[in-house]
Structure formats: C-alpha cells, structure tokens
Write a protein that binds this ligand. Structure first.
Ligand code: ADP
Ligand code: MG
Length: 257
C-alpha cells in the first residue's frame, strides 16, 4: 500500500464568535489526492471550517497544518489565537486555492487579469509566464474567448469557472470550495460541477462544501457530516449515503432528497 502524504491536517479546531461556539473540536486529515466533501445543515459551521483552514477566520484553539507546516499561533490576549508570523500565513494561504459561493472576482479587472493577479503580485511569477499559464487554464475551463471581458459581462457559471481558473493559477496544494454552485441558476450548475469533477479525476486534493449530494457521492472519496460544531459522522460515500448511522445524519439525508 502506498502511503500518501498529508496535504492538510486540522487538529482539534475550535472557533467561537463571542458566546457562540461554532466549531467544538474538529479534526480532519486530507491526504494528497483526497476529495473530501463536507455536508451539513445551514449554520453548522461548514464555511467557518474552510475559512479557518486558510486563516480567513482565526481559530480559537487547535492547529492547522498544510503540507507538513503547522501555522504558528499565539494567544491574542482575549481568549483567542493570532498568527505568530503573518508572513507565514500569507505564504501558506497563497498556495491554497479558494473558490467561494459568490465567485468574488475582482470586478474592475478582466478575466485574464483576475487569473494572473496572484501569480504575478503574490508569487512573483514573471508576467509573460503567468499570462501563458492563465491562458491554458482559461482554455481548460472553456473561457479562453472571454479572457478580455470584465466579470459583469459573464454568466454566473462562466464567472465561477473563471474563479476556479484563478484559484488554480497559484498551483495550489489544495483546492477549497465553499458551495461553488449554490448561487447559480439551476441550468448553470452542471458546467461548474463538470469542471470540478475533472479536477477530482486528476486526483487534485480538494475539500468541498456542497449541497449537491449526488455530486458529492460521485466525486468524493470521503464525506464529512458536520452538526452542532462537531463531525457527527464521516466515511465513504457508500457508508454515509447508503448506511448512515446517526439519527441526525439520517434526518439530514432524508430532508434533502
Ligand atoms: P454554514 O456554512 O455551515 O452554513 P457558517 O460557518 O457560515 O455555517 O456559520 C456557522 C455559525 O457561525 C452560524 O450561526 C453563523 O451565524 C455564525 N457565524 C459565521 N460567521 C460569523 C461571524 N463572522 N461572526 C459571528 N457569527 C458568525
Ligand atoms: Mg456556508
């Protein structure tokens, strides 16, 4: 059996917003090539969990390790944590590709400019090389002819595919997707799922929050069900959808069919 390296290890992650404890000790390891789908009800902490991985939210306790490097944290004096070394966070975050529900493209930049922005300005890739790579990525997501358009002139599905190309442009260790299709009109969902499905086939490491259960079942090798701030149940798609154990999970699954 080949042992795959750890891409992400989250250990005993806690997150509170004032009195509200959203994550109450979540541990999860993604090995290289894993496609992990996170499911759970609205408000169960799925987005918060993803945002803590790339430090868009600071954990209240626990550790996040990316490619063997643990993000160094220190006490912030208010019962929480803060990074000991901001440049470390910046460096690690720059190699995580994050795709949000609402695309979050820079509206004042063309699609091509969106895709080359981080490689050129954060990673220091020479512009000509960044443009060449960006064009290949845009071709891959079927958007090459839109390279000089501004985001507002694209459909939601096209914008989200551009956002995926932008995330891929930093050659990320891991792709994080937060409900990438839930803001889309139903007829545009398929084109975005197709792009994500292709990435999964390439064995790209991904953590994906989604409401698309059929898709999760097809592309993920591991499903995590979050409820009440903890991992209530996790396992293979067959186990989670075919033979759920916890009452909460059974109820959740029946509620979405
Ligand atoms: P999900 O993505 O599963 O729907 P979230 O992670 O967005 O859930 O939110 C989990 C809980 O944390 C919710 O009750 C939400 O209102 C709360 N929450 C999220 N972000 C913040 C924040 N910045 N400040 C205060 N509460 C927040
Ligand atoms: Mg969310």
């Amino acid at each position: 059996m080949t042992v795959r390296a750890e891409a992400i290890a989250v250990d005993n992650l806690h997150k509170r917003f004032g009195p509200l404890e959203v994550l109450k000790g979540v541990s999860l390891t993604a090995h290289e090539g894993d496609v992990i789908a996170i499911i759970g009800g609205s408000g169960s902490g799925k987005s918060t969990f993803l945002r803590c991985i790339n430090m868009l939210e600071l954990p209240s306790a626990g550790t996040v390790t990316i490619h063997g490097e643990t993000i160094a944290m220190k006490k912030d004096g208010h019962g929480g944590l803060m990074p000991s070394d901001r440049s470390q966070v910046q460096r690690i975050r720059s190699r995580l590709g994050m795709v949000f529900q609402n695309f979050n493209l820079w509206q004042h930049m063309t699609i091509l400019q969106n895709v080359i922005e981080a490689p050129v300005h954060v990673l220091g890739v020479p512009k000509a090389e960044a443009v060449e790579r960006a064009e290949a990525l845009l071709r891959r997501v079927g958007l090459h002819e839109k390279r000089d358009a501004y985001p507002a002139f694209l459909s939601g599905g096209q914008q989200q595919r551009a956002a995926i190309a932008r995330a891929l442009a930093v050659q990320p260790h891991v792709m994080l997707f937060d409900e990438p299709t839930s803001a889309l009109d139903p007829e545009l969902v398929g084109e975005v799922l197709a792009v994500i499905g292709d990435l999964a086939k390439e064995k790209r490491t991904m953590i994906l929050v989604t409401h698309e259960m059929k898709f999760a079942r097809n592309v993920a090798n591991h499903i995590v069900f979050l409820a009440n701030g903890v991992i209530e149940e996790q396992g293979t798609p067959e186990a989670i959808f075919g033979a759920p154990k916890s009452e909460r999970l059974k109820k959740f699954i029946s509620s979405i069919h």
